[in-house]
Design a binder for this molecule. Structure first.
Ligand code: LLP
Length: 416
């Protein structure tokens, strides 16, 4: 028996909030992303409650899942947002967020994106370099405005996560070296067009131990104290996101431990903290439901279950070798045995799991790939002309399509 915050086995197969997966699939087909609104609320509230003893603002990192209804749900809970592009800012605006509720992060912001962010009066632009600060200043002066900015520092701390999702090491492209930060702030203190409201750090994602998070918070607080000595009146310390989730269902650092790690570090500044969680808010809430379209067994005994979803729908296993639990929606009787669960894409890396112990699988069976709420649908592609899957939100025993399945006409509409 497995434990999931969102999907539970019932006599009618896997279900979420009293709605069976089969009932939804009967209407929308496969592959499909399902999300539990309840799980998103619980995760958001747990984090908010954990930080209740200290002034804080949660800016949900939209990059994890920016489907309009999900972003709106978070807004209804009181969340603000972290946007990583002009596109995400526009989605946030359409979801009803005011510019003041948005922090704009991200390497490689274009001049157009910066110009719009300044014009909109975005809450904080987290600059990634001295050059970016200078471009923001120029654009702000040209508009007769003052941009609210923070600088992202790169502290050279190993987050201990997969190299592809570590961002706080010297070799990573993110932020400015910590030792240069104070000078960059000082040199621009009186610069027209800039108002320094914070400092920013984000060392990586899927972080599963507290130590790197503690070191990052400590580093940021120390810098903030130096900047206070320099006469900067900072309004917040943005500690980024990164809190991991238990993809294997085992216990892991939770919101309470995270808060107990961060708060003592930032407390000595007395400056409110900004959090940018993505995965920990939506990760457990989602599952990708797929159908077995073929099975085969090699002479050496290796058996494959080929699904109608693969790296096109959920890229994480192919890109990072990520582990996602896979469960049959309605388990068949019989012994478990090792399966390679693979997708339909013409790439050998299109594999969800290798040698995974699963009960017997047959063509037309449904399986759920769990914990796919974060960095699932947002990273999907049309490779091999597969169409983007629909997304369904389950809430209080009801379900609704929050993004319909893409059609080939949608795709070809862009082509001459
Ligand atoms: N803030 C910044 C500046 C970030 O770069 C990120 C994630 C977050 C917040 C949110 O981090 P979270 O709380 O979700 O860990 N596609 C990868 C993850 C990439 C994370 C990118 N940055 C994956 O599927 O594991």
């Amino acid at each position: 028996m497995f434990v999931s915050q969102s999907f539970t086995p019932t006599p009618s197969g896997l279900a979420c909030d009293d709605v069976t997966v089969e009932a939804i699939v009967g209407h929308v087909g496969t592959p499909v992303y399902l999300y539990s609104a309840h799980a998103i609320r619980e995760a958001y509230r747990a984090l908010d409650a954990a930080f209740s003893a200290y002034p804080h603002a949660i800016h949900y990192a939209m990059k994890a899942n920016s489907t309009l209804s999900i972003v709106q749900l978070l807004r209804s809970l009181g969340s603000k947002v972290d946007a990583n592009s002009g596109g995400e800012i526009q989605v946030a605006r359409r979801a009803g967020y005011s510019p003041a509720d948005i922090v704009f992060t991200g390497v490689g912001k274009t001049r157009d994106e910066l110009r719009d962010a300044v014009a909109d009066g975005i809450g904080t632009i987290n600059a990634e370099s001295a050059g970016e600060l200078d471009r923001i200043a120029e654009l702000a002066v040209a508009q007769g405005r003052e941009a609210r900015v923070a600088l992202r520092v790169n502290p050279d701390i190993d987050a201990g996560s997969h190299p592809n999702i570590s961002t706080g090491l010297r070799v990573n492209k993110f932020g400015v070296p910590l030792q240069e930060a104070r000078t960059i702030y000082r040199e621009r203190k009186a610069r027209p067009g800039l108002r320094f409201v914070g400092v920013h750090i984000h060392i990586g994602s899927q972080i599963t131990t507290v130590e790197p998070l503690r070191r990052a918070a400590r580093t940021l607080a120390a810098l903030a104290l130096e900047l206070r000595d320099d006469g900067f009146a900072l309004e917040h310390l943005d500690v980024g996101g990164g809190l991991g989730i238990a993809y294997d269902g085992q216990a892991i650092v939770g919101p309470a431990e995270y808060a107990m790690t961060v708060i003592p570090e930032v407390e000595r500044c007395g400056i409110p903290v900004v959090l940018e969680p993505g995965r920990s808010v939506v990760g457990h809430a989602g599952a990708l439901i797929a159908r077995v379209v073929d099975t085969k067994c090699y002479p050496d005994g290796r058996q494959f279950a080929v699904l109608d979803a693969g790296m096109g729908e959920l890229m994480r296993p192919a890109l990072y070798g990520s582990y996602h639990r896979i469960v049959p929606v309605r388990p068949r009787d019989g012994e478990e045995s090792p399966w390679d669960v693979v997708g339909p894409i013409c790439e050998s890396s299109d594999v969800f799991a290798t040698d995974r112990q699963l009960p017997p699988l047959a063509v037309d069976d449904l399986v759920a790939v769990l914990d796919a709420g974060a960095y699932g649908s947002v990273m999907a592609s049309n490779y091999n002309r597969h169409l983007l899957p629909p997304e369904v939100l389950i809430d209080a025993g009801q379900w609704r399509i929050i993004r319909r399945r893409q059609t080939l006409d949608d795709v070809l509409a862009l082509e001459a």
